[in-house]
Ligand binder design. Structure first.
Ligand SMILES: [Zn+2]
Length: 394
């Protein structure tokens, strides 16, 4: 059994201890001390990092038999070590964890919404509530939790045996038996917990709900406390400032301004499509009028700079609406699209023609005898057109 110094003094950052065992855990060196201030991952709270003398602590693990394994980067010299925990990381965890007690208690007391689970992540923390709450209910719980933060109530640690436990109004049925460690937020919340907490609710600073989603028939609440709430506010402030500058509106007007932009964009895309169709028709008519005549067939073999695959298809389709036409059109710039089409009744196979052209000029594609399309042509358009003429000559 390792003596857990953080049980009685979560503010202890430095301590001395004896190494009572050196072992390995998943291929890494693990130390067991007679006592420790390092918190091992448990109850939704992640482990502490820090140093044991000049050795770095990379992970801290709670074993089933009550020992705490300190995973270290190398073995220390001697059996006595001076431990120092990374206080910034630990204090952040204490803010998030104590904030969770207060937030869970607020939802429980006001709305009878029980907390099913808690996760303290690297960026966000979440609680999963047993029932789904409305945005107004969530705001109510959030406001109540912050009232308790600002009242700066004491957060006491005490221990109780089974008889006393049976009589106490614990928020949650304890999972363990025997003597329990209780966290008592004065006149607001009493929970069995082995984690580390701040000494007064004021040290939580602020509890901000960052997001809510439906989860397993209840609500998953994502929240930020203390330093993380400030960091989250700064990130939002910077994002909003950039958007406000770009759109020249007030922050509150952003959603409406974005909706307007989206509607404008949709209108413009529709207009462009209409113009493109009209232009394609004109282009098709001009090309058809100027077509070469080869026996019974009129041929349009041309490169059309600036037209994309959809535009080329529009033009080719319009050309071959006339009887007796074969159209081979290449776009520009590289890698270019290509379309081959022919009027109904002509013997040419557009698909076969296109495959031969793309094979020679680095693209791919295919299609039916009436119409085929491809892309990725890397040769100069003039070379592709020459190949097309050569193929039709044979
Ligand atoms: Zn706790």
């Amino acid at each position: 059994m390792t003596e857990r110094l953080y049980y009685h003094d979560p503010y202890l950052r430095e301590f001395d201890a004896d190494v009572v065992e050196q072992t390995t855990h998943e291929g890494k060196i693990a130390l067991v001390l007679d006592r420790t201030a390092f918190y091992p991952t448990s109850g939704g709270q992640p482990f502490d990092v820090g140093t044991l003398s000049d050795v770095r602590v990379l992970d801290v693990i709670d074993t089933d038999d009550g020992r705490i394994l300190h995973i270290v980067d190398r073995a220390p010299e001697g059996a006595r070590v001076a431990g120092t925990i990374d206080w910034a990381r630990r204090f952040d965890h204490m803010q998030q964890h104590t904030g969770q007690h207060v937030l869970s208690a607020a939802f429980d007391r006001l709305l009878s919404a029980r907390t099913e689970s808690f996760h303290l992540g690297a960026e966000y923390s979440t609680i999963d509530l047993a029932r789904e709450l409305s945005p107004a209910e969530i705001a109510w719980g959030e406001a109540e939790a912050n009232r308790v933060v600002w009242e700066d109530r004491p957060v006491a640690i005490r221990f109780a045996g089974p008889d006393e436990i049976a009589r106490l109004p614990l928020r949650k049925e304890p999972k363990r038996e025997g003597t329990l460690r209780l966290i008592d937020v004065q006149d607001f919340d009493l929970s069995a917990c082995g984690g580390t907490h701040v000494a007064r609710t004021g040290a939580i600073g602020l509890i901000a709900v960052a997001a809510t989603e439906r989860f397993r028939g209840g609500s998953r609440i994502t929240f930020l406390c203390g330093g993380r709430a400030l960091a989250g506010y700064r990130a939002l402030r910077d994002a909003v400032a950039g958007s406000v500058r770009a759109l020249s509106v007030l922050p509150a007007e952003l959603p409406a301004a974005i909706e307007r932009l989206q509607a404008d964009g949709k209108d413009l895309r529709r207009q462009i499509k209409d113009f493109q169709a009209k232009l394609a028709a004109q282009e098709a008519d001009a090309l058809a009028d100027a077509a070469d005549t080869a026996g019974e067939t009129r041929r349009v073999i041309a490169s059309l700079p600036g037209w994309d695959a959809a535009g080329l298809k529009l033009i080719a389709s319009r050309i071959v609406e006339r009887p007796g036409y074969l159209a081979i059109l290449v776009g520009d710039p590289s890698p270019a699209p290509i379309v081959v089409a022919r009027s109904a009744g002509l013997p040419h196979d557009s698909g076969a023609l296109l495959r031969q052209l793309v094979e020679r000029h680095g693209g791919k594609g295919g299609g039916r005898p009436e119409l085929a399309q491809g892309g990725g042509i890397t040769s100069a358009p003039a070379d592709v057109l020459q190949s097309a003429r050569d193929l039709l000559r044979t």
